[in-house]
Design a protein around this ligand. Structure first.
Ligand SMILES: Nc1ncnc2c1ncn2[C@@H]1O[C@H](COP(=O)(O)OP(=O)(O)OP(=O)(O)O)[C@@H](O)[C@H]1O
Length: 320
C-alpha cells in the first residue's frame, strides 16, 4: 500500500513497512511480517529485548540490507530502491559512531562533513561549530575524541547526524552503556530535536526510557510486532497494580488472595498485586468485613511494562 498522499488530512507516515521480513542466510528468521507505521513528528520508540530484531529492522530501513520479503517506505520512498535519495535526509546513529580517537571532536566532524558531497566546503567550519554547540560539546570540541567519555562520544555521533537539517533521525540504542547522567543528556537532546519537528525513531531495550521520551512505541518480541501506537494509549489498555496500605499487611494479603488478587507482594505497610477482573469495590468491602484496617486502596497507573506483560504473558526480559 502506498503511504497516504499530501492530499489527505493525515501527513504521510515517515516510516511505513508492510509484511517486512528478514531471514538470514543461516535460516534465522530475524524479522517476521512487520507492519510498522511511524507518524510524522513522533518520537517513536522501537522496543524489544535483545535479539528481537530491532537492529535488523533498522538496517533494512536504512537500505543496508535487503529484506527477504515485504516492503519498507522511508519518507514516502521505497527502500532500498531509493536509498541514495532518502539517506541525505536521514541522520543515523547505528552501533555507535565511528570516530578517530587521535582527532579532536571538531576535526572528526569536519571529516564527516567533507565526506558529504552535498556539503558546501565554504560553510563547513560554521556548520561544524553549530553542530558541536547543538550537542553541548562546543567547549570540548578541541579535545581528542579518545579522551571523550562514552556520553560525549554519543553526543559527537549525534552532532555528525545533525550536520545538515534532517527530517528523520534513526538512533539505535542511543543511551546504551551510558551512566544515568549521560542518559539524561541524550534524552534531553532527543526531546529538543523533536520539539524542532524532527521525527525521531529510536530503538531501546529499556521500557522506562521509552515511557520517558517517546510519544509512540512499537514492541517487538522474537521478530514479531506485539503492539504499536501512542504510548498513552498502549498503557491505558492495561490495568495497573492494586496497592493497599494497611497496618495489617499479613491479613490484607490473605484476604486479597481469597479475592483473586495474584502476584501479591508485601513491603512494610503496603500490599500490592495484580487485580482480579471484577468490581474492586467488592474487594475493598471484603477487606473491611475481615477487619483489615484499610488506609489506602489505589490502582496504580499502568505502565508500558504492565501492557507488555498483559499482551505477551511474559516478563520483559532485558538480560543479555
Ligand atoms: N548477520 C546475521 N546473520 C545471522 N543471524 C543474525 C544476523 N544478525 C542478527 N542475527 C540474528 O537475528 C536475530 C535478531 O537480531 P537483531 O540484532 O536484529 O536483534 P536486536 O533486537 O537488535 O537485538 P540487540 O539489541 O541485541 O542488537 C537474533 O537472533 C540474531 O542472532
Amino acid at each position: 500500500m502506498e503511504p497516504a498522499s499530501a492530499t489527505g488530512e493525515e501527513p504521510a507516515p515517515v516510516i511505513a513497512t508492510r509484511g517486512l521480513t528478514k531471514r538470514y542466510r543461516g535460516g534465522q528468521l530475524a524479522v517476521d511480517g512487520l507492519d510498522l507505521t511511524v507518524p510524522a513528528g513522533s518520537v517513536f520508540g522501537f522496543l524489544g529485548p535483545n535479539g528481537s530484531g530491532k537492529t535488523t529492522t533498522i538496517r533494512m530501513l536504512m537500505g543496508l540490507i535487503d529484506p527477504t520479503s515485504g516492503t519498507a517506505h522511508v519518507l514516502g520512498r521505497p527502500m532500498p530502491g531509493a536509498t541514495r535519495a532518502v539517506l541525505p535526509e536521514v541522520g543515523a546513529l547505528i552501533e555507535g559512531p565511528a570516530l578517530y580517537g587521535f582527532l579532536s571532536g571538531r576535526d572528526n566532524l569536519l571529516r564527516y562533513d567533507s565526506a558529504d558531497p552535498a556539503a558546501d566546503p565554504r560553510t563547513r567550519r560554521a556548520r561544524t561549530a553549530a553542530a558541536l554547540e547543538r550537542v553541548g560539546l562546543a567547549a570540548a570540541g578541541g579535545k581528542k575524541a579518545r579522551a571523550y567519555s562514552l556520553g560525549m562520544k554519543q553526543r559527537l555521533g549525534l552532532a555528525a547526524a545533525l550536520l545538515r537539517p534532517r527530517r528523520l533521525l534513526v538512533l539505535d540504542e542511543p543511551t546504551n552503556g551510558l551512566d544515568p547522567q549521560g542518559m539524561r543528556e541524550i534524552r534531553g537532546l532527543i526531546r529538543e530535536l523533536a520539539a524542532d519537528g524532527t521525527t525521531v525513531f529510536l530503538s531501546s531495550h529499556l521500557l522506562d526510557e521509552i515511557e520517558q521520551v517517546c510519544t509512540h512505541a512499537a514492541v517487538m518480541t522474537r521478530g514479531r510486532l506485539v503492539i504499536q501506537g501512542a504510548v498513552a494509549d498502549l498503557s491505558a489498555g492495561a490495568r495497573g497494580r492494586l496497592a493497599v496500605t494497611t497496618p495489617d499487611p499479613a491479613d490484607a494479603a490473605r484476604v486479597l488472595g481469597e479475592q483473586g488478587v495474584t502476584d501479591l507482594t508485601v513491603a512494610g505497610e503496603t500490599v500490592t498485586g495484580e487485580p482480579p477482573d471484577r468490581d474492586l469495590a467488592e474487594v475493598n468491602a471484603a477487606l473491611v468485613a475481615a477487619g483489615v484496617r484499610v488506609r489506602g486502596f489505589t490502582l496504580e497507573r499502568a505502565s508500558l511494562e504492565d501492557a507488555f506483560v498483559a499482551l505477551t504473558g511474559e516478563g520483559f526480559d532485558v538480560a543479555g
